[in-house]
Design a protein around this ligand. Structure first.
Ligand code: PLP
Length: 402
């Protein structure tokens, strides 16, 4: 009789290898753990029984814990139930999905929008549905992992251009572009670990010149930048109705879900071909209700984004003044580059002791040698919160000699 697989010698070796790999990660300062928050996400959270200032979440407008948003979630759950019951195309589409799609299209200034269960799935869906064998994808070196995974799943050929390097992209398009049936340029609008913006006007003009489609992942820009909070196109005053915008409700909108917005024909094509739209259960009503309310607040309350952007400007100035390496940027993402992963971990641990939660972001999320503390601010942070963060970094500088 065969031994059950999980106790067989080969499997035992396999488990030993996994344990060895985890030990190796720990030795390099690359091991990950999950820390449970007790209670709601907000400018302060309780972790392991200690109250900390949270400067790590992507909840830039403080909407995850907003009473109006929470109430809208509760109401939607009461009227529509707890779960969607199926994927969007089976029976999982609520009137709330259609309302949200109409609102998102209006907000983004596009003909149509399609809601996915997460931003990750929206990226997989757009990239794999729009490209295939015989097509080429031109992707920024620092694009989010969900775009990278979309490129890997697509049968198209992928070319990576230097971060924000339009000349490099131009050369790649000129050299290789015409060999392919179709060309897709894809970029984050705001880069998640650096907080900088893609050069969208230049990318849009390259796309026109090389007859390429431009896809902008605005996960960190939606609701935050631009005069109307519309994201990076809004920021640059770019009106080009052929650009496809991806977004998420999981960051500034404080809840969950992704979307694609663009020309009606593209959106209808995604609805008919994107596997991540077909094969996963639709968002629950509470999330749809919350997202609709959050979008409404983004439109009514511009002072929220003005507040978080002003806090970020102040923090950048203070930290640069203390001698930290802070890349130039104009978003609520303020990275402090440390370099070594162990140093970044130690700095994050010391900040935690000082009452502040700021994560160390390490490879493979960022390039080797560029481990960093990623500060993410919220409109809910007070001036006192900011002063405490600044003070903690001063202490860190003195103690750790970083
Ligand atoms: C967070 C993020 C995503 C994924 O969005 P989720 O809704 O969290 O799945 C996609 N792209 C970028 C740039 C992101 O930062």
């Amino acid at each position: 009789m065969l031994e059950p697989l999980e106790t067989g010698p080969a499997c035992g070796r396999w488990l030993d290898q996994l344990a060895g790999e985890l030990e190796r990660l720990e030795g390099q300062g690359l091991k990950r753990v999950t820390r449970a928050v007790q209670g709601a996400i907000g400018p302060e959270v309780v972790i392991d029984g200690r109250r900390l200032i949270l400067a790590a979440a992507n909840d830039y407008l403080g909407l995850a814990g907003d009473p109006e948003v929470i109430e809208a979630a509760v109401e939607a759950a009461r009227s529509h139930g707890a779960g969607a019951g199926a994927a969007r195309l089976i029976s999982g589409t609520f009137d709330l999905d259609h309302r949200l799609e109409a609102e998102l299209a209006g907000f983004k200034g596009t003909e149509a929008a399609l809601v996915f269960s997460t931003g990750y799935l929206a990226n997989l869906g757009v990239v794999t549905a729009l490209t295939g064998p015989g097509d080429a994808i031109f992707s920024d070196q620092l694009n989010h992992a969900s775009i990278v995974d979309g490129c890997r799943l697509s049968k198209a050929e992928r070319f990576v251009f230097g971060h924000g390097d339009v000349d490099h992209l131009d050369r790649l398009l000129t050299e290789h572009g015409s060999r392919f049936r179709r060309r897709l340029i894809v970029t984050d609008g705001v880069f998640s670990m650096d907080g900088d913006l893609a050069p969208l006007p230049e990318l849009a003009s390259l796309a026109r010149r090389h007859e390429a489609m431009l896809v902008v992942d605005d996960a960190h820009a939606t609701g935050v930048i631009g005069p109307n909070g519309g994201g990076s196109l809004d920021h640059f005053g770019l009106k080009d109705d052929r650009i496809i915008q991806i977004g998420t409700m999981s960051k500034a909108l404080g809840c969950l879900g992704g979307f694609a917005a663009g020309p009606a024909v593209v959106i209808d094509y995604l609805r008919n071909t994107a596997r991540p739209f077909f094969y996963t259960t639709a968002l629950p009503p509470a999330v749809l209700g919350a997202a609709l309310k959050a979008l409404d607040i983004v439109r009514r309350r511009p002072e929220r984004r003005e507040r978080v952007l002003a806090l970020a400007r102040k923090l950048r100035a203070e930290l640069t003044g203390q001698g930290w390496s802070v890349p130039v940027g104009e978003t609520p993402i303020v990275p402090v580059i440390i370099g070594d992963s162990q140093d970044a971990l130690a700095a994050s641990a010391r900040l935690n002791e000082l009452g502040i939660m700021i994560p160390a972001i390490r490879p493979p999320t960022v390039a080797p040698g560029t481990a960093r503390l990623r500060i993410a601010l919220s409109a809910g942070h007070t001036d006192q919160h900011l002063a405490r963060i600044v003070e903690a970094f001063r202490t860190l500088k003195e103690e750790m000699g970083l």
